[in-house]
Write a protein that binds this ligand. Sequence first.
Ligand code: C2O
Ligand code: CU
Length: 576
Amino acid sequence: MFLAKSALLILVCFFLSNAICAIAATVNLDWKIEYTNVTRLCHTKSLISVNGQFPGPTVYVTEGDTVIVNVTNLVSNNVTIHWHGVRQLLSAWADGPVYITQCPIQTGHSYVHRFQVTGQRGTLFWHAHISWLRATLYGAFIILPKQSASYPFSTPTTDFPIVLGEWWNSNVEDVIAEALATGGGYNISDALTINGQPGNLYDCSQQDTPTFNVTQGKTYLLRVINAAVNFQLYFGVTGHNLTVVEADAEYTKPYNTPYIVLAPGQTTNVLLTANQTAGQYYMAASVFSPAPIGPVPFPQTATTAILNYVVSKSNRSSTSNATTSLGPLPTFPAYNDLQSVETFYRALRSQSYSKGYYYMDVPQAVDEDLLFTVGYSLQPCPQGEQCRGPLGERLSANINNVTFADPSISILQAYYNQINGVYETDFPEQPLIDFDYTGSYNGGMQSILGTKVKVLNFNETVQMVFQDTSLLFFESHPIHLHGQNFYEVGRGSGNYNPSTDPLSFNLNDPPSRNTVSIPSGGWAAVRFRTTNPGVWYMHCHIDLHNSWGMAMAFIVKNGNGTSQTLPAPPADLPPC
Ligand code: C2O
Ligand code: CU
């Protein structure tokens, strides 16, 4: 049966002989969530892994493939797995955010995720989507273009996944549990990491510094992923320029830069040509944090890896030992240099059209015009407890002053089965009070705690403007939308002006992203079209802020016919 189908496809491909023809395959993965002992910084701990690997496995698929992942939970924590940035067209049940599209996979249970990868190619990642388990449960998810398509840039010699993360010596679940219990700050990670390793500037880490071997004169594709839990990061390679060619699994116009910036949840593909004197060069990542250093401490040491030129002598290759010392670290702007970061984000542009197999659909007109403030707030300290937030209360975060509360069953199940009382549909489209969002603020700081969603019809165009607020302090919040990308059409400082700012929106070649970093003390505008029925979580990808409730969800209704209707849930969807 399968053979017959393949043969038919080959035949069809032969007659059409067009560039979009390829035979889709099925990628089958069997993942066990299990404990494994890992040592970093001279500390050994038992952490939660996929198949004993840390970081987790890199998944390679080809655009058009069907992916089937059987996840079995062998640890005592509840688990879910999310495919960050994967569009999940008609497969919301496989998306993974806990209590949004499914209940957790309980100990001893399995869940088979099924989805097709369509209409996107490039670098994404997968991670756990419950509490802070993604601190150790994460890995690259790489979508290769269809075999018959090619990159809109010359094919690199090879590619290197570079997954940025954070390491805690302690148990990460204890860190977030303690933060939520006290309502104050939290213990920051002990190291930043590249592919799970802190690199040679950290204690006990030198001999495990990741090394990437290159040949002089060749060009490489670095697939950089910010899987860090709480920090935006700069990334660069000493002495080498980077050419950005893709962000969040969408091609960009080539952009040359000495460094890149990624918010948690963002991915960026860059080309690097090994055009320097043969030797060893630092690759490094360090924190970008535009908030004042007081309330937001961060790891001060850069995580490093080594770009190593392999010198070939006659027929054999041997590792170059030309330099014993690595030379300087790459130069980054100051940790809080918002201006430089804005210059970088604003430079990204969609690659307009290439090879006939992808297209842009930037909504030129808007059906739903949403203004969402994002910022901090307070929740009351429970009776008889001591809270460490401002005014003796608990820190929280919100969108339009609503702090998201997890429901007890998933919103998608409640919506699909028409179960009342799980969520409310009155998520505010505009801030409840109009104030000078980025000016000084003397009002109350209490947010509303609730599970509120915004319902959207199928095939609507939506504009969302995210407005940072001055409450407590400014911050660059990376807002991530599940189930589809949006176009980032504008960004600015201060308060968004609805009559003048839209005049300068880029409705021609804006970058298509799944995560937008809101400028600290400013705003960003995005647009998308609702073409994917389901429930789609939207939240700050700084996990601390997500845990504090900076989140909401959209319900996108079905359109007409089966191609616009969410199928029934799989039989093994985890029970609540
Ligand atoms: Cu990277 Cu809601 O996820
Ligand atoms: Cu945030």
